[in-house]
Design a protein around this ligand. Sequence first.
Ligand code: ADP
Ligand code: MG
Length: 228
Amino acid sequence: MSRIVEVRGLCYAWEDGTEALRGIDFNLDAGQTVALLGPNGSGKTTFALHLNGLLQPSAGSVLIDGVAVRGKHLAAIRRKVGLVFQDSDNQLFMPTVLEDVAFAPLSAGLSPEQATDKAIAALRQVGMESKSGKAPWHLSSGEKKRVAIAGILASDPLLLVLDEPTTFLDPPGQRSLATLLAGLPQAKILITHDMPFARSLAAEAVFFQEGSITARGSLEQIVTQFDW
Ligand SMILES: Nc1ncnc2c1ncn2[C@@H]1O[C@H](COP(=O)(O)OP(=O)(O)O)[C@@H](O)[C@H]1O
Ligand SMILES: [Mg+2]
């Protein structure tokens, strides 16, 4: 089984001195899905931002597919690790859905034709090809989330990291997102407070408290242990 994520002793302090991560050890293998649970402010988002180098550790290391997340590796790592932000409005920025999804493959050096082919294939995977000519900001929250996921799939990632993906979705939208994700082969890290959603995708969970991972085990074991 190949190791996709290997985090050792990760510490991070924000500029104002907030110690958001205090020595995180974490690993994830190909095809695994794990839920990140824990109270608001416990460091889950800060952790996620290290997985593709949007933040750099104050101490410790992050390896993706065996490669350190820094310096000259960053562009390649950002293609391997797709981060889906909580609010899709922070993720979608091109005039049309198709251009948005084609943006990453174009930036990676594919020709416009190849990038468009990649984008169409990714939009098909998330059931959004019929919306390819629309402006992203005219879509519903669930549709925006799908387009954000397509934008990541267009780079053929190894890992999907989703930060509270069901927050702005209605119950049918939450279920259909779970169905979509269940059909994707990538390893997944799901940050969520939505237990039906977590249960439908992840057998395993870790629990964050005050910048540390205080437990890892089956989702049900963690839920029981922390009365979550
Ligand atoms: N941009 C920031 N500047 C300073 N402190 C921050 C910033 N973002 C988050 N924090 C702090 O870092 C800690 C962890 O936050 P976060 O990673 O967002 O937690 P979670 O995602 O688990 O709710 C909190 O104390 C939070 O206030
Ligand atoms: Mg968060």
